[in-house]
Design a protein around this ligand. Structure first.
Ligand code: SF4
Length: 296
């Protein structure tokens, strides 16, 4: 998006999106996150959750249409817009297709809880209406870590959600967080995350790296010595442990978020050795992204 962009005028608060949606038009179909308890997250603490009405969305679309009529990709923010009931989401997707004739794909974050509330038939209808990808924040495959960070879902819920999304034929992107178990649980975090990723078998997978930002509750755990942050080398070693164990059928793998210490990419399974070599090269170079350049 450009400086002085009309989109800035319709956005409420800071808007977050996955790295792969960098060129997408971002429309806030919800404000905030319906969950808001994850101990590491400060993304939406400044706003109460609400679903925007179709009227509000039409108003937003009218405001940006003169500049974005040719948009081919739209990301529906905020944190978990799949909280919108299926009939309303279908109306929204229909309205978007009418206004953006070149639209190829709408995308959205979806929590396991909100995927569970939708039937496979509803998800299929959303796909037919243009929903082209769902992003799930797995964060960790370890149930102990998922409980500790109050994710509101366990590994079995993540796997069940992935199964449902795949059954509906919607491509799935899974994101986890390097270092979320600290030094204390790095082995478990890597092992369990690989296990769950293998079971979810997403079309896209990637990792962020834990950033501890006040006033996230996880800061207190770090201060009190209950969670020891990984240094860049340990973070890359943890990533290596995950990749070593991955057995995915066809997955675009990207570790290219601003929070990561190094950028790693490839397609699995065929590039597994190349991805491991990239990690080893990053480990050998030691010129990791400096802390001041890391961001959410
Ligand atoms: S990590 Fe996602 S689900 Fe958890 S509070 Fe933040 S936006 Fe909500």
């Amino acid at each position: 998006m450009r400086l002085g962009d009309p989109v800035d005028r319709i956005h409420e608060g800071t808007v977050y999106r996955p790295p792969s949606e960098a060129t997408s038009l971002i429309l806030q179909a919800t404000i905030g996150c319906s969950h808001r308890t994850c101990t590491f997250c400060v993304s939406y603490i400044d706003r109460d959750f609400r679903i925007k009405s179709l009227d509000e969305m039409e108003r937003d679309v009218r405001a940006v249409l003169p500049h974005y009529r040719g948009a081919t990709r739209i990301f529906l923010a905020d944190g978990d817009a799949l909280a919108i009931p299926a009939p309303q989401l279908l109306d929204l997707l229909g309205m978007l297709r009418k206004n953006f004739p070149r639209l190829e794909r709408a995308s959205i974050y979806g929590s396991p809880g909100n995927i569970r509330k939708k039937t496979v038939a509803e998800l299929r209808a959303l796909k037919e209406a243009g929903l082209g990808i769902i992003y799930i924040g797995l964060e960790s495959g370890s149930d102990a870590i998922l409980r500790a960070v109050k994710k509101g879902a366990l590994s079995k819920d993540m796997i069940a959600a992935a199964k449902k999304v795949k059954e509906a034929g919607i491509p799935l992107s899974v994101i986890w967080i390097l270092g979320l178990g600290g030094r204390e649980r790095t082995e478990e975090h890597a092992r369990e995350t690989a296990r769950v990723l293998n079971a979810m078998d997403p079309e896209y997978a990637g990792a962020l790296t834990l950033m501890v930002v006040e006033p996230a509750p996880i800061c207190k755990e770090v201060e009190e010595g209950r969670l020891t942050l990984l240094d860049p080398k340990e973070s890359l070693q943890e990533l290596r442990r995950v990749v070593e164990k991955l057995e995915l059928s066809n997955c675009i793998f990207r570790v290219n978020h601003a929070s990561n210490y190094a950028n790693i990419r490839g397609t699995l399974p065929q590039d597994k050795q190349k991805i491991l070599a990239q990690i080893d090269e990053a480990l050998g170079r030691s010129d990791y992204r400096p802390e001041w350049m890391r961001g959410l």
